[in-house]
Write a protein that binds this ligand. Structure first.
Ligand code: ZN
Length: 139
């Protein structure tokens, strides 16, 4: 078994910016030349999150509306009182979704559905330069 590490660099707009990173992950998998195994993906940063969805504009808006409804930006957050950076909502949203994702692959292809993409969500309240780490394990 082999382990190969990689990294994606992503510029975001913040404010629940939802970015499809599927093709970048597929590219890293292709470069690894591994055929079967798992790929672990993690965003380093406590206001970013990873999950999957059908990446289409309707659903992107639905997700943004859901985040604002469940965890509104303009609530009182203890984090904001302590740090004054105003991104309490970003941290709570990111913790809810989670920072990482593990996807198995076979015959060199990710085991994703046809209408399922890997998305990175930047919940922070400002544009960010993000690093996403990939760890590909397999043979
Ligand atoms: Zn903060």
């Amino acid at each position: 078994m082999k382990t190969i590490s990689g990294q994606l660099q992503i510029e975001t707009k913040g404010y629940s910016d939802i970015i499809d990173i599927t093709s970048e992950v597929e590219e890293a998998l292709k470069e690894s030349k591994l055929r079967a195994g798992i790929i672990s993906i993690i965003c380093s940063g406590s206001t970013g999150a990873l999950t999957t969805c059908e990446y289409e504009s309707g659903l992107i808006e639905d997700l943004k509306r859901f985040f604002e409804k469940v965890i509104p930006e303009n609530e009182a957050y203890h984090h904001n009182e302590r740090w004054g950076d105003g991104n309490g909502f970003s941290h709570v949203r990111a913790s809810l979704i989670g920072p990482s994702l593990t996807v198995p692959f076979n015959e060199g292809k990710l085991n994703l559905g046809t209408w399922q993409q890997i998305i990175f969500i930047d919940f922070d309240n400002r544009p960010r330069d993000r690093k996403i780490h990939l760890q590909i394990m397999g043979e």
